[in-house]
Design a protein around this ligand. Structure first.
Ligand code: PLP
Length: 432
């Protein structure tokens, strides 16, 4: 007979299979990374049993003395890492963090101005299928077709015309750094709040390798699982702007500080009990990110991205904006070396996976194909850098990608690449 103590072979076999998949292939999805064993240990800990609605020291449940300390350490480390003066580490994900900010600071129907999803933006910045596009009036800026880069004069003109209550920057597929100072000036010129969603480059920002969003944006949100290399999750931070510019009040009519508005945007606004096991894992990851090792890691992530961009360019692939400042790049597959190809993002994704190379199809700016097909692929170096790969390895990866894409109908050649990759990856054990 089975009991509740019988090991769930069905699920644990699948977990083992997934671990094998992660260990034997090349992971280039720009939003993924590999957490350390201690981050995973914290995420799988007894803290999952604890209810702790509220904030450290102000809970709606008893028995929170220990998780209070855990959450406070996570908050303190997040502040130290980003030079924030306030942080909320409870959002379950990046989307939750953004939704909490919107609930706390906007009213239904308010105009928001974000980076176009089809140019590399994120769906939580005003897409019609997301709450941000359903409950608010979304407007967008994008990149210029010629350069693939954001023209801040156009952002300013759009803000003047649309008069948003919130100006949002940040992206899922933009390889250039952001001019946060200019964006704040634009936000101020129309009386908008500025939100910087740094989910993707957060780890590089934490180590000072990219412009500092906290100095300029009123509010900064991030995921914790991309370049930051923590468990899946989100957080919200601020450094300078604690005034409540729109005079938003509590249901009782009290004027509140921005930090208190944001705290209640998370709980009780959009979440119930915080995931203290995940908050513990965030704390461990932030502790790792505070080390000098993590600085070396972040430098290598960017060096690897530059090496990869150079290798793709030398093979005739067109990178949107011509290169990268961060950990990722977006490649237009419609031409190679100036010649038209039949490659689509969908074909590239489905073919590369046969060689155990994981990428994702992605719209390119001004794409002529649907989001399910796309003309582009997005690649990033955060995960493979964690694995220990260096610049020369990026050139080899690009050789393999090119070999597979140029032979996408030749299963023999693709299998040969897969075998080489599986053998290669044995030298880089992930969770020994
Ligand atoms: N914001 C940006 C810019 C992102 O790239 C992502 C994730 O891809 C998110 C928000 C959403 O994060 P999550 O998937 O954790 O909800």
């Amino acid at each position: 007979t089975t009991t509740t103590r019988t090991r769930d072979a069905q699920i644990f076999d699948l977990i083992a299979k997934e671990q094998h998949r992660q260990e034997s292939g090349i992971e280039l999805i720009a939003s993924e990374n590999f957490v350390s064993p201690q981050v995973m240990e914290a995420a799988g800990s007894v803290l999952t049993n604890k209810y702790a609605e509220g904030l450290p020291g102000k809970r709606y449940y008893g028995g929170c003395e220990v998780v209070d300390q855990v959450e406070q350490i996570a908050i303190d480390r997040a502040k130290e890492l980003f030079g924030a003066t306030w942080a909320n580490v409870q959002p379950h994900s990046g989307a939750q963090a953004n939704t909490a900010v919107f609930l706390a600071t906007l009213k239904p129907g308010d105009t928001i101005l974000g980076f176009d999803l089809s140019h590399g933006g994120h769906l939580t910045h005003g897409s019609p299928v997301n709450i941000s596009g359903k409950y608010f009036r979304p407007t967008f800026y994008g990149v210029e077709q010629e350069t693939g880069v954001i023209n801040y004069d156009v952002v300013e003109e759009t803000a003047q015309r649309e008069k948003p209550k919130m100006l949002i920057c940040g992206a899922s597929a933009y390889s250039r750094d952001w001019d946060y100072a200019r964006l704040r000036a634009i936000a101020d010129s129309v009386g908008a709040l500025m939100l910087a969603d740094v989910s993707h480059p957060a780890g590089l920002i934490a180590k000072g390798l990219l412009n500092d969003p906290l100095e300029h944006a009123h509010i900064v949100t991030t995921t914790t699982h991309k370049t930051l290399r923590g468990t899946r999750g989100g957080m919200i931070m601020m450094r300078n702007d604690f005034e409540n510019p729109f005079g938003l009040k509590t249901p009782k009519g009290d004027l509140r500080m921005m930090s208190s508005l944001l705290d209640s945007g998370v709980f009780p606004g959009t979440q119930g009990g915080p995931l203290e096991h995940i908050i513990a894992a965030k704390a461990v990851a932030f502790g790792e990110a505070l080390t000098d090792d993590f600085y070396d890691y972040a430098v290598q992530v960017r060096a690897n991205a530059l090496a990869m961009a150079k290798a793709f360019t030398e093979k005739g692939y067109r990178i949107i904006s011509g290169g990268t400042d961060n950990h990722l790049m977006l490649i237009d597959l419609r031409t190679k070396g100036g010649a038209a190809t039949s490659l689509t993002g969908k074909l590239a994704e489905n073919t590369l996976i046969k060689a155990d190379i994981t990428i994702n199809k992605n719209m390119v700016p001004f794409d002529d194909k649907s989001p399910m097909v796309t003309s582009g692929m997005r690649v990033g170096t955060a995960a493979m850098t964690t694995r220990g790969l260096k610049e020369a390895d990026m050139e080899l990866i690009v050789d393999y990608i090119d070999e597979v894409l140029m032979n996408h109908d030749n299963d023999v050649k693709i299998s040969a690449v897969r075998e080489k990759i599986n053998a290669w990856m044995k030298a880089f054990p992930l969770y020994a």
